[in-house]
Design a binder for this molecule. Structure first.
Ligand code: ADP
Ligand code: ZN
Length: 526
């Protein structure tokens, strides 16, 4: 088959089956490459249109397209949606009983399927491998391919076994797809999946219709309510919280304030989760308050905002979660509130996490990158794109572009803070968090200050030029710049190697001016 034929075939399928007029971005190039039997690694942001890149070749090529996906909960929906279009699709996963599985297997063997969705752990079973061997496979699509990466944030051990597909079916093309793509993840996917010969298709990760905003957190629920009332009344959106408890509390808070909201987290039973998910998909203007368990693979085009009440653990996670906003291309908001407590808490989680040192170091690097994004005085979008190895220009549609933060020479205040930390660190027996350093700098006579005679320190009261919340901002920024670190159960501040350069006056510190009060939200660009 020549390339022109594959393209016209594919275009025909796009129009007849899916009802769309034309391909988007690189879809056409990807599809024709795979139809011609080539391997592909596709990096495309959420909402970019990855599914068609394997669905259409599965229909055009002879045999069944086998799609490996970790999203078991969504398989039924995906298959139903395809069937509604007249595509013969089925799935095999652990939610089915024997009878249901047998039906799908027979359809596969009889050549009565176009697409077969499989959970990755299925391929570990010899019975599945032998089943596939007895039918005709058109291609393997490996969805959410970043799950093979140990560097990334969503590792699934079962994905490692997928490298064997190529040995068993050397002539069947493979297409790996992901919306997560730092250079490191990208390379790891190619290596681990044995995709040495694959052609790489890297789409731009810019989502111009999403307005990125990151604000200091003081009373997160109220700040959120203000955002929803002033800018997103009646809109559908997702609010992410780190813990189940805060998911529950936030959903109740919103409901009590007249905003229809439902909780979603892994602690709810499957029926409740399914109900809340389907309400979100079908109803207008519902807010889902969720842990990160929610959203992977969810295709709701008109999500108008994604709000984070806690700091995401990585830029990849942040990008993926915020990417669920505005798939329809209409203006949407990605809003994050974060505070010093987030940093302290996440450091603690990293310190106590299971796994080896290398793993902890990786988590630490992920957090540092996220902090750098929060504290930047540059365009957020440019920072995000750079993180994914792409170039961008000042966007004019993020908080730092719309209201450029002033920067100021924070060398002296940094020295004061680091000196206080240094003094406290010499008290071996006792551990103090950031609050104690700040109280000392402000010259506050708290019981804890008196008890430890911290009012006798030379640094006591030398920092009254800043308010308490400004000092917290300084601590956050120094953490983000690696000039300070935090460790242990109490979030003890400790000096880093770079702190010495500041204390020794060999290094200048630029800080971002904190908004005095919650800054008025910039107008959403139309
Ligand atoms: P991804 O998997 O990359 O997040 P999807 O494959 O779910 O994205 O596609 C996102 C949305 O865009 C879906 O609603 C899909 O139907 C739509 N879409 C994809 N390709 C096209 C196209 N060529 N023309 C119009 N709509 C498209
Ligand atoms: Zn910008």
């Amino acid at each position: 088959m020549t390339s022109t034929e594959t393209v016209s075939d594919a275009l025909g399928v796009l129009r007849r089956v899916f009802g769309y007029d034309s391909f988007r971005g690189e879809q056409e190039a990807i599809i024709s490459h795979v139809v011609d039997g080539g391997d592909a690694l596709v990096l495309m942001p959420t909402g970019g249109g990855k599914s068609l890149c394997y669905q259409i070749p599965s229909l055009v090529r002879e045999g069944v397209g086998v799609v490996i996906s970790p999203l078991i909960a969504l398989m039924q929906d995906q298959v139903d949606a395809l069937r509604a279009l007249g595509v013969r699709a089925g799935f095999l996963n652990s939610t089915q009983d024997y009878e249901q599985r047998r039906e799908v297997e027979q359809a596969f063997l009889a050549g009565e399927l176009d697409l077969l969705y499989l959970a990755p752990e299925r391929l570990r079973l010899e019975s599945t491998v032998s089943l596939l061997g007895r039918g005709k496979v058109a291609l393997f699509a490996i969805d959410e391919a970043h799950c093979v990466s140990q560097w990334g944030h969503d590792f699934r051990p079962d994905y490692l076994g997928l490298s064997e597909l190529h040995e068993r079916w050397p002539d069947v093309p493979r297409i790996a797809l992901t919306a997560t793509a730092t250079k490191a993840t990208h390379e790891e996917i190619a290596t681990r999946l044995n995709l040495g010969e694959a052609k790489h298709f890297v789409a731009s990760f810019d989502r111009p219709n999403i307005q990125y905003r990151i604000v200091p957190k003081n009373s997160p629920q109220k700040q959120l309510l203000e955002l929803l009332r002033t800018e997103h009344a009646g809109d559908a959106g997702i609010v992410y919280c780190l813990s189940r408890a805060s998911v529950e509390k936030t959903a109740e808070f919103l409901s009590a304030n007249g905003i229809p909201a439902v909780p979603y987290h892994a602690g709810l039973d499957a029926r409740t989760r399914a109900k809340h998910q389907s309400r979100f998909l079908r109803e207008d203007g519902l807010v889902v308050v969720a842990t990160i368990a929610f959203g992977m693979g969810i295709d709701k085009p008109d999500v108008r905002f994604v709000a984070h009440l806690d700091l995401p653990k990585s830029v990849e996670g942040y990008y993926q979660e915020t990417g669920r906003a505005g798939r329809d291309g209409q203006p949407s908001t990605a809003w994050l509130a974060y505070g010093l407590q987030d940093v302290v808490q996440q450091r603690k989680m990293i310190d106590t996490s299971e796994g080896d040192d290398a793993h902890r170091r990786r988590l630490g690097q992920h957090l540092d990158a996220m902090l750098a994004l929060c504290e930047t005085i540059e365009c957020r979008r440019v920072q995000l794109l750079n993180y994914f190895g792409q170039q961008g220009e000042r966007c004019g549609n993020c908080d730092t572009c719309l209201a450029p933060p002033e920067s100021w020479d924070g060398t002296v205040v940094a020295q004061k803070l680091l000196s206080a930390v240094y003094r406290l660190a010499t008290e071996r027996r006792q551990k103090f968090g950031a609050g104690q350093s700040i109280d000392i700098l402000l010259g506050k006579q708290t019981p804890k200050v008196s008890q430890h005679r911290h009012d006798e320190l030379t640094v006591f009261g030398i920092g009254t030029e800043l308010s308490e919340s400004e000092w917290r901002g300084v601590v956050r920024q120094l953490l983000a710049q690696g000039l300070l670190a935090v460790e242990g159960d109490y979030g003890t501040l400790v000096l880093t190697e770079a702190s010495g350069e500041v204390l020794g006056r060999r290094r200048e510190v630029r800080l971002r001016r904190e908004p005095k009060r919650a800054a008025k939200a910039p107008k959403t660009a139309k």
